[in-house]
Design a binder for this molecule. Sequence first.
Ligand code: DC
Length: 231
Amino acid sequence: MNSPHQAAVLTIDGPGGAGKGTISRLIAERLGWHLLDSGALYRLTAHAAAKHGVMLDDEPALARLAETLDVTFLAEDGTTRIMLEGEDVGTAIRTEAAGERASQVAALPAVRQALLARQRDFRQAPGLVADGRDMGTVVFPDAPLKIFLTASAEERARRRFLQLQEAGESASLSSLLKEIQARDARDMQRAVAPLKPADDAVELDTTELTIPDVVDHIQRLLADQGFIPSA
Ligand code: DC
């Protein structure tokens, strides 16, 4: 269980598009816990690399960048502004191309190592919801509750398509599906911290579930384990 010196952590891992971001934010809001969007750190590292002219295969230079990232997460009415070196990069790091570059950077062991301490620093009272790929396996292996969210690749492509449409961006469903499958393959096959459920994770397939369904389900699990009062 939880050490008395350590704040509680709920880890939410899974592939891109399974709903982790929205669900992690809603749960953190409901509980009044901190939120770690670990994917943003990989996206920010890739963004900083482009800004400073560092090539995406220069592992030592990327690790130095990751370790010294000047980033601030500002929580503002249900959203988070992400500032890199004082510049709001929230929109720039969310594009498909930025996700692709983040996935390349995330495959480098020295970059993952450089981001480890920064991620663990988010663990503060009253608790943390940690969203990523290796939160339950590597970053917080002692987390008392671990969730692994999945959804079919087709459903994840459809959700991404709707998101892009809403944002007024053009997209093709079939190319989104191909990109998602390629990113899944890279994230699952990399040598360090591959995307996989922790042995003690609860797996939840969200293909047929709504966001409120998933949030309620996770809240029930938290209540069953005594982290929050039963509803
Ligand atoms: O969750 P996201 O789409 O923002 O993540 C961007 C990329 O970063 C994704 O391709 C995989 C990688 N990532 C990772 O390797 N480990 C994490 N804990 C979070 C993200």
